[in-house]
Design a protein around this ligand. Structure first.
Ligand code: DNO
Length: 351
């Protein structure tokens, strides 16, 4: 297991030098942020980013994310050019020594929360999702949630939502298949592992189809192109927001098959109605068995990348919601501790 930390580039308030001081930190997960979605990431830009990260004593082997253009998800005629660009970006990343590309196939919007700073009893604040609040929103009237992509004008958003309603899950699957068949060969040739991130939360919202949300979806995805380069970012917190998802058995199955290339580990407190909030990583802070998840990775002989996922805001820190330094650093150290505990336990029982 290689421990990594997400960093948003020069605008990130968390300095690389601080990340380096987290014990056991191997590398940075980042992206080129100033190339428009759908265009090729130039080799020079990737190199500049890599040189910068490495000059701080950290490796740069994982991209999160190369975004998938909406036209690809919608299956519009422009998709062939966009998929060819994506494949070229994959080759350029390989040329610069990158190993894993995380991406998602969520229509219109990435992760969704209704509040970015819910107060917890201990005075920390965290990201949360209130299912009733989402149900009350009429997307036709515009969506105004924290973190929501405001680049869409209300009329544009309305048209896009209507287009996706026409598409539904079956066509979205077909469009994902078309994308994978275009991109995975480039990944195979160049030695990149593609790692899809599941939907967050793992259920349809605002009438938008969502297709990467449970074990059946993950199996279906992997079967489309059944090679190791077509793999997963197994995000415990995203999938864990559905109490029907058992993350430990998912790790056992998919890490066992060598199909998880990137592990996102975080905890969430979930109720039956689908409301949830993010918690500290420690197992008893939330609903997920983080110790069991880490052990499952260990038992599967997992050698891929892992990162602590969102953290709460603690100790007066302000910054990008979910992506402060302190609580994520605690998460990284906790995960490393769990790993070492399992490893040492195994050594002992072997003697
Ligand atoms: C949220 C992240 C996601 C993730 C993308 C991957 O904090 O886990 O935004 O980076 O879905 O494409």
């Amino acid at each position: 297991m290689k421990m990594t930390f997400r960093w948003y580039g020069d605008g990130d308030p968390v300095p690389l030098d601080y990340i380096r001081q987290i014990p056991g930190m191997y590398g940075i997960v980042s992206a080129v942020y100033d190339v428009p979605v759908g265009e090729v990431w130039p080799v020079e830009k990737i190199r500049t980013l890599k040189t910068k990260i490495e000059s701080h004593g950290l490796k740069f082997e994982v991209i999160e994310s190369v975004p998938v253009h909406e036209d690809i998800k919608l299956g519009r005629p422009t998709r062939d050019r966009l998929i060819a660009n994506y494949a070229q970006t994959v080759r350029n990343l390989a040329q610069c020594g990158l190993k894993v590309v995380c991406y998602n196939f969520m229509p219109v919007f990435d992760w969704t929360r209704t509040i970015l700073a819910m107060k917890l009893d201990d005075g920390s604040s965290t990201l949360a999702f209130d299912a009733d609040e989402v149900a009350r929103i009429d997307p036709e009237q515009g969506i105004n949630l924290p973190g929501w992509d405001t680049s869409y004008k209300p009329a544009e958003l309305k048209a896009l939502l209507a287009e996706y309603r026409g598409i539904g899950e079956a066509q979205l699957w077909a469009n994902l298949e078309y994308f994978l068949k275009g991109v995975i060969p480039a990944a195979q040739e160049s030695g990149i592992k593609m790692a899809i991130h599941p939907d967050d939360p793992p259920r349809p919202i605002f009438g938008l189809p969502r297709i990467v949300k449970n074990v059946a979806d993950l199996r279906r995805l992997l079967a489309i192109v059944d090679v190791p380069e077509n793999g997963l970012t197994l995000c415990a917190g995203s999938l864990g927001a559905d109490i029907g998802n058992n993350i430990v058995t998912m790790v056992q199955e998919f890490a066992g098959q060598g199909r998880i290339h990137f592990a996102h580990i975080r905890n969430v407190k979930v109720d039956e109605k689908g409301n949830f909030h993010e918690t500290a990583h420690k197992s008893d802070c939330g609903s997920l068995d983080i110790a069991g998840i880490v052990k499952a990775y260990y038992d599967a002989g997992y050698e891929g990348y892992v990162r602590p996922d969102h953290g709460r805001m603690i100790w007066g820190e302000t910054g990008k919601p979910g992506y402060g330094l302190y609580d994520r650093a605690l998460g990284a150290v906790y995960i490393n501790g769990l790993w070492e505990g399992v490893a040492k336990g195994e050594e002992k029982s072997a003697h």
